[in-house]
Design a protein around this ligand. Structure first.
Ligand SMILES: C[S@@+](CC[C@H](N)C(=O)[O-])C[C@H]1O[C@@H](n2cnc3c(N)ncnc32)[C@H](O)[C@@H]1O
Length: 343
């Protein structure tokens, strides 16, 4: 999973990446990069950019700031300096007074300072792409959509055998599996992208990219994706989230304790079990993971299970031999995705 990428190539590819890539959370078009030991340098350099290329009289904007290992230590203050530079520069050169809109800006600028080197970019995505728009509601520890998409990608599942999530929560893994199989563009519900505010935005090219991607969407055959959860509320949320997606009603979701499920043989199993940090320490998670290991061993023969551990300490409790373990750091968790081949 890529948190963000810098992009400088052609428009068509830029539009396609933003519309279709499931693993990237934002695509940034760099404007300038420079040595930036202090906020005066930041302000003065940012003021030199020809901001009128990106702003009409009514354009609103916001700045996302991120600072690491630098003499400037406050991300928010750095972002404020860039915001001031934009406003002052536009006012001085054109008389424009652009408004800041933190919630829904037309132009989202990104400032990244690392080791005293600053990069100012336009966020061509216009905010994180993991917010796909299909999640009406979530359970208390939902997985980020890009993480779920990465897990589905790593499993190599192509739809030739069924995929099952026995503790689906809000259904993020099921939704991402569905989008993957049906080739639903990840940005299908997004109302606007940051690249639409770029001076060379080409609506015809953008429309052509959308038409081509949307025409590749295909149906999900019955019985190909299914899931369950112990919680009635989670089942309801998963069904609601799936309902907005093409073929979503073909994903069967039931309420069940995983240990009461019938056999899940010759399937791809994905699971994101509860873990201490987010679910509350009161549960006896040691026993839970042991029971999960027994379930996989006894009822899931000839399947491959991919279990995402939000807390790697539980890997040893499951009692199964792992084929591999991959680190996935997301949402402040040092998680692991572990594959088990079940014979
Ligand atoms: C970490 S959450 C899953 C989050 C999910 N991946 C999402 O994106 O929303 C863990 C889920 O396991 C479910 N669960 C806990 N114990 C269970 C059991 N014995 N059988 C089935 N599901 C269980 C919980 O209800 C919860 O929804």
């Amino acid at each position: 999973m890529y948190r963000g990428i810098y992009f400088t190539a052609d428009q068509k590819t830029l539009y396609r990446i933003n519309y279709m890539s499931r693993l990237i959370s934002r695509v940034l078009a760099p404007l300038v990069s420079f040595d930036c030991p202090d906020t005066d340098t930041l302000y003065e350099t940012a003021k030199q950019i020809r901001w009128s290329d990106f702003f009409r009289a009514d354009t609103t904007f916001a700045v996302d700031g991120n600072v690491a290992n630098s003499r400037i230590t406050h991300s928010q203050y750095a972002a404020l300096c860039l915001k001031d530079a934009v406003v002052d520069s536009l006012r001085f050169k054109t008389g424009m007074r652009p408004d800041v809109s933190a919630r829904d800006p037309d132009v989202l600028l990104n400032l990244y300072i690392h080791k005293d080197r600053a990069v100012i970019s336009v966020d061509t995505s216009g905010g994180p792409l993991h917010k796909r728009g299909y999640r009406e509601d979530t359970v208390s520890a939902p997985m980020q959509e890009t993480v779920a998409a990465a897990i589905i990608r790593v499993t190599g599942w192509k739809g030739s055998i069924p995929l099952y999530d026995p503790m689906c929560g809000s259904g993020t893994l099921l939704c991402e599996a569905l989008m993957h199989f049906c080739r639903i563009p990840s940005g299908i519900f997004r109302k606007k992208f940051g690249f639409e505010a770029l001076p060379d935005f080409d609506p015809q090219e953008w429309n052509a990219v959308k038409i081509k991607a949307d025409s590749a969407i295909r149906e999900l055959p019955e019985g190909r994706i299914a899931g369950s959860d112990l919680s009635e509320q989670a089942v309801h949320i998963t069904k609601t989230n799936l309902m907005g997606l093409h073929s979503g009603t073909r994903v069967r979701v039931i309420r069940s304790d995983f240990s009461a499920l019938p056999t899940l043989e010759n399937q791809t199993i994905v699971a994101n079990p509860p873990y201490g940090i987010r679910m509350g320490k009161h549960q006896d998670l040691d026993a839970f993971y042991k029971k999960l290991g027994d379930f996989l061993k006894q009822k899931c023969r000839r399947s491959a299970a991919y279990v995402y551990f939000g807390d790697p300490a539980y890997i040893k409790k499951i009692g199964l031999k792992a084929s591999w373990k991959k680190p996935i750091q997301a949402g402040g968790l040092d998680g692991r995705l572990v594959k088990y081949e079940l014979y």
